[in-house]
Design a protein around this ligand. Structure first.
Ligand SMILES: Cc1cc2nc3c(=O)[nH]c(=O)nc-3n(C[C@H](O)[C@H](O)[C@H](O)COP(=O)(O)O)c2cc1C
Length: 307
């Protein structure tokens, strides 16, 4: 049976349903070190760069990464060059990628989301915007505004007012009821939800028994969080009528099948890219093979099968 891997995410046409997760694949750096020509043959069906903020951010003190039994703890702290340098230096080059570009933005105050969205609204290189609402927020004493439904709605509404582009809101799992936050984002104008960002965690250095990360706590990603992510995708896609991008611990074609069945329309690979930046190539081939074996003609046929 012939499989057609094409997928769509709102107005975005994707060659297949696998994209990258923000902050885990730097195409401009990878293009310098990998033998592959990423600007001709890009492994993902869309590209999401690392989150940028209005002002440059230094990020957190080292150590910023710590490997755990089944995952990775990070406390990068959204280190980035700021949106103006992103627009001037990176955007023209990222615009040459053969796939849709989803710019990821964050701000330390809710109105910063509107300003960032407004700065990117007129840029043809950008197909969609993703709001990372896990940034430390001044209105919430440094906690992520994504933990608060009112601030989530306010940031989303301000971005919505500033752009007509496809608007994705990326949810944090570090809340009591993720559905409340999902509803707040959709009611405020989100077209799509990314589910999930990292899970709060910490690790101690086994010898000094002091915190392993310079920032003490961090965000857990990788296979350890897959069940948390699958549950969130399942609950949200069952209740809300917007496409969901599923992510959290994807390392294999089977993981992609599960996220699609749980209700995701597209699936992102994050931490697994650190071990193999070109993993998506073999993963998509295996996904196609698995679909053939199961007589599934399109990824769309799988979406929500678990419901
Ligand atoms: C080192 C690192 C940096 C990350 N940076 C960002 C970021 O800048 N913006 C964002 O929205 N998510 C960021 N994330 C979260 C990922 O995009 C993803 O939501 C999360 O890691 C779960 O997917 P995974 O288990 O496949 O990594 C980062 C994750 C890691 C491990």
């Amino acid at each position: 049976m012939a499989v057609n891997m094409e997928s769509s995410l709102g107005p975005l046409r994707l060659r297949h349903p696998v994209i990258n997760a923000s902050g885990t694949f730097d195409v401009l750096a990878a293009d310098r070190v990998l033998a592959a020509d990423l600007f001709t043959d890009f492994p993902f069906a869309a590209y999401v760069p690392k989150t940028v903020t209005l002002k440059p951010r230094e990020g957190n003190p080292p150590h910023r990464l710590y490997e755990t039994a089944a995952g990775l703890l990070n406390s990068i702290g959204l280190a980035n060059k700021g949106i103006e340098a992103f627009i001037a230096d990176d955007l023209p080059r990222l615009g040459r990628l053969p796939v849709p570009l989803i710019a990821s933005i964050a701000a330390e105050e809710t109105n910063g989301y509107g300003r960032c969205a407004g700065l990117l609204d007129g840029r043809d290189e950008v197909a969609a915007l993703e709001l990372n609402i896990s940034c430390p927020n001044v209105e919430l004493d440094g906690k992520a505004l994504g933990c608060d439904p009112f601030l989530t709605a306010s940031a989303t509404a301000q971005a919505r007012a500033a752009t007509g582009k496809f608007l994705i809101v990326k949810l944090t799992p570090n809340v009591t009821d993720i559905l409340v936050l999902a509803r707040a984002a959709v009611e405020a104008g989100a077209d799509c939800l990314s589910v999930i960002n990292t899970v709060h965690g910490m690790a101690l250095d086994p010898w000094t028994l002091r915190p392993a990360l310079g920032h003490v706590t961090g965000g857990l990603s990788g296979p350890a969080i897959k069940p948390v992510a699958l549950r969130a995708v399942y609950l949200i896609s069952r209740e809300l009528d917007v496409p969901v991008i599923g992510m959290g611990g994807v390392t294999s074609a089977n993981d992609v099948l599960e996220f699609l069945a749980a209700g995701a329309t597209a699936v992102a690979v994050g931490t697994a890219c650190f071990r193999d930046p070109l993993l998506a190539v073999s993963l998509v081939q295996e996904l196609e093979h698995q679909m053939e074996l199961r007589d599934i003609a399109t990824p769309g046929e799988l979406v929500g099968r678990a419901h």
